[in-house]
Structure formats: C-alpha cells, structure tokens
Write a protein that binds this ligand. Structure first.
Ligand code: GLU
Length: 500
C-alpha cells in the first residue's frame, strides 16, 4: 500500500466534540498503525460561524488528549496552507476549470428563494432538488447579469447516473440516479465576504474538501456517517476532475443515552469538559475507540479486561475491518467505570501527578507534605475514586485540619459499647511511641477487642468513626500509618468532642 495519508478536518465553530474526537482518534490510530501521516485541516470557509478562538480551542483539546498530527496550520507541512480560508486562490483555479468545461453554471437564486422552493417541493412530496431555473439560462445572459452587478454562486451539473461507493464500513453503497440535484460549489458571498475571484462566488465545503483531499494526497477518508450524502457529491467532483477518489470509511453515529444523535441535550459533549472534570484522556480515548470499533476476536488485552486496551494495544489492533456498522451509545456510566479502572491501574506516580491540579482546585495545599506522603495517600484513596476530581474529597481526612463527624459516624459512636472501644484504642495507641507502623496497626483491632470485650461490627464501626468521622472509606489499617500516631490521637479527641 502506498504511504497512508489521512486527515481530521474540523470546522472551527465551537469546541472539540467527543464525536469529533472519536473521528480524530480513528484517523490517528490508522496513521500510527500503518506509519502514515495525519493531517489536520481547518475547514473554515463558513466565515460567519468559524472563529480563530474555536480553532485554538480545538487544537489545544487535541493536545490535551495527547494526540499529534504531522501536518497542520500550527506545525506546517509540504501542503500548506492547512486553513481553507487561506487556500481561496487554489479553489479559484479549480472553479475556473469547471467553468471552462461547462460543468457548472451561474445560479442567481437567492437563499430565500431556494428555501421557498425547497419547502414547496417537500410539501408536494417531491425530493427538494434544485429546480434548474438557472441551468436553463445561457452563459451570455448570465454574464450580462453579472456585469450589471448581480451576484451569483456556481452550481455543478450533477450527472444523472448512479454512483457506487465501496465503503470500508458500510460496504457497497449505491447512490441511485437522481438522488442528488445540481449543487453549489460556490455560493453568493455573504455580508463582508469577498468573492474568491471576480464572478465566481465563494467556495463551499463539498468543493474545498475534494480539492484539498486530492491535492493533499489523502489515501483514506475516515469520517462520520452523516457525511455520506456529501460523499456522492464529492464522487461527482472527483470524476469531473478526472481524479481517483480516495478510500472511504464512514463511521457509525454516536448516540446519547436517549438513542438520539449525541448532542448537548444528552449531557456533556465537549472533550474539554470531560478532561476538566477529571476524566483521563487515556480512558476517554479508550472509551471512544470502542464506540464504533472492536478489536479482532480473540484479542486479550494485558489489562485483563476485554474493553480496557492500552494505547499501544489500540494501535496494534486497529483496522478498518473492526469499525462497526451499528451506532455506538455514549454511556457515561461506562465511561466513569473505565475512568475508575484507569485511575486504579495507572502507575501511581502518574495518577498522583495528574491529581495535583484537582487538589489545588479543591483548596488543599500540598506543599507541607512530602511527595512520598502524597503517593501513599493516593494509593489508599484511588480505589474508591471514579474521577481525578474525586481524589481530593476521598483524601480529605489526610488533609483537613479539623475533622468532621458525619451523622452516621455520630450514631456509631453513640452505641452503648462504643465508648469502651474508643477508650481501649486510645490506650493502646498511647502505650507505644514512635511512628505508627503497619504491624502495630494490624494488631490493633485484636488488642482493642480483648480489652473492651467487643467484637465484629460494634468494634470496627466506632474505631473507624472515631478516627475518620465516617463509616465508609478505605481500610483503617491503610489510613492509620499515613496519619501517624499524633494526628490519629488528635483526631479522636476532636471527633469525640463533636459526638457529645
Ligand atoms: N469539516 C467537516 C466537519 O467538521 C469535516 C468533513 C469531512 O471530514 O469531510 O464535519
């Protein structure tokens, strides 16, 4: 196979959507797997909706995900510029070619008129194709109108025949003759927009996309299924220019929990928000990859869980055959579960490093503690955390200066035998000096039990409540050595005074 070249082509009209991130990731995986090149192309010809801020946000979200590309507006490359708004003169050349070959004609119909026509056609149960008004106008007439200052776009004469696409995901897709009417390759410039060259309007997505995909040497187009209806138009343009079309893989939709196309209505959809909330990019990418792709049967990830694949495993196993036809459902609970799995299984130091920002945001100052202490805290609390941002709350008891007694813990401490349990525990802890070591802590419940005569839940609950102020959480034997003898005794005193 020739050198694989793929692209991610976002329109900078907002943030990076999780659906877009999935498209990007599939392209990234494919390029990595085959040693190919990933190009980032900014499709900003919709000048009303496109902004530089959005482009910046998208590029920074891609970086946060840890994904790279070899060519793009910020990194350059042999096919620069990579922003469509900077490629207008290139498009103008190709528009002229179509004009010379009479493959396009001037269309003077205004947006309002086109909308009216479309609505009327739909009301009568007809496919809302362009009705051909301007196709019938001869060139001289059109040029005269242009000279009089009228503005026009250019409409491509859609060949009346069927097209077949052999899609890597959808298989054989036939676009029947007449499915598509004449479509615009350039439109009348909007307010504040200049024509790319006199009398040829402003180019639109379907046109720019074909020119760029061809000139930039794309071998495979991996993109969302919703573009299938554009694909037939694009095939027509490839044919008109006499170019071979690249391979296509149209990936299935992502649905929300409501089984509708994933949108803001169904919850968070921006990559930025997920990462801000404490999702790990690795977990998010793993989750997104399995929304529409499946590893080859029989593959067993090293994680021990069939759905938790490391990045190298994803790269190694990625193939277009594994892309699924059925839509994927964005199940946030599953993503949370996966994130928890990553938090538990990632190298401890890595989780600790990434958690720091969330401790800062929660108002905890880590400067008074050693790195080693912090690692031990994270080790103890990561088991019960789903998001990185859950870690500070779970670690609160190690960081708070005044412990807080929760109502359930207060109840546990008011049990008739609780007093003697706590008294015995304090006595035991005071009977020794120096650091509180694991061995001592291990032996503690037995000693407290024999001293107080209390066993089971009535023993463990008050012990835990007296130190942590809670009835749930990590095991006491993990907590106590980190807190240390003095701090444990001080906490017991403070919590007991709150329980009275
Ligand atoms: N700019 C298009 C979008 O954001 C990409 C289309 C394509 O990949 O061809 O949906």
């Amino acid at each position: 196979m020739s050198h694989v070249r793929v692209r991610f082509a976002p329109s900078p009209t907002g943030y990076l959507h999780v659906g877009g991130a999935r498209t990007l990731f599939f392209n990234w995986l494919y390029a990595k797997k085959l040693g190919g090149t990933l190009v980032l192309r900014v499709e900003d010809t919709d000048q009303v909706r496109s902004t530089r801020e959005s482009e910046k946000m998208i590029l920074s979200d891609i970086q946060r995900l840890g994904l790279d590309y070899q060519e793009g507006p910020d990194v350059g490359g042999p096919y620069a510029p990579y922003r469509q708004s900077e490629r207008l003169s290139i498009y103008a050349d190709y528009v002229r070619k179509l004009l010379e070959q009479d493959r396009v004609y001037y269309c003077f119909c205004s947006d309002e008129l086109l909308t009216q026509k479309r609505e009327a056609a739909m009301k009568m149960g007809r496919t809302p194709h362009y009705d051909g008004t301007c196709a019938r106008q001869n060139k001289e007439e059109a040029l005269a109108r242009l000279t009089r200052g009228e503005k026009a776009g250019l409409r491509f004469r859609a060949p009346q025949k069927s097209y077949v696409l052999n899609d890597h995901v959808r298989g054989r897709v036939e676009f029947k003759e007449g499915m598509v009417g004449d479509f615009l390759v350039t439109r009348t410039p909007g307010a504040g927009e200049k024509e790319i060259a006199e009398g040829i309007g402003f180019p639109v997505y379907n046109f720019c996309c074909v020119i760029d995909d061809h000139l930039m040497g794309m071998t495979h187009i991996i993109r969302a299924e919703e573009h299938l209806s554009n694909t037939v138009r694009q095939l027509m343009l490839y044919e008109a220019f006499g170019w071979a079309a690249p391979d296509f893989a149209h990936i299935a939709l992502v649905l929300g929990a409501d089984r509708q196309k994933l949108s803001k209505r169904s919850g968070d959809v921006s990559v930025f928000e997920y990462i801000e909330k404490g999702y790990l990019p690795e977990a998010l990418l793993n989750f997104l990859a399995l929304l529409g792709w499946w590893p080859p049967t029989g593959f067993k990830p090293a994680s021990g869980h069939p759905e938790v694949l490391s990045l190298p495993e994803l790269i190694e196993n990625f193939n277009l055959e594994g892309l699924q036809k059925a839509p994927g459902v964005f199940d946030v609970q599953k993503l949370q579960w996966m994130n928890g799995f990553y938090i538990r299984s990632m190298p401890l130091a890595e989780v600790a490093e990434r958690a720091k920002i969330h401790f800062e945001r929660a108002g905890f100052n880590l400067r008074d503690h050693s790195e080693d202490w912090f690692l031990r805290v994270i080790e103890v609390v990561r088991g019960e955390s789903t998001l990185l941002s859950d870690l500070p709350k779970a670690a609160q008891l190690f960081l708070e200066s005044t412990p807080h007694l929760e109502p359930e813990a207060k109840t546990a401490l008011s049990e008739p035998t609780a007093h003697s349990v706590v008294e015995a525990m304090v006595a035991e802890l005071k009977s020794q000096t120096g650091p509180l070591l694991v061995e001592e802590v291990d032996a503690l419940p037995k000693k407290v039990s024999s001293k107080s005569g209390v066993k089971g839940k009535s023993l463990y609950m008050p012990m835990r409540a007296a130190v942590t102020g809670k009835v749930h959480g990590p095991e006491l034997k993990l907590i106590l050595p980190i807190l240390g003898r003095d701090s444990v005794l001080k906490r017991i005193e403070a919590l007991l005074s709150q329980s009275r």
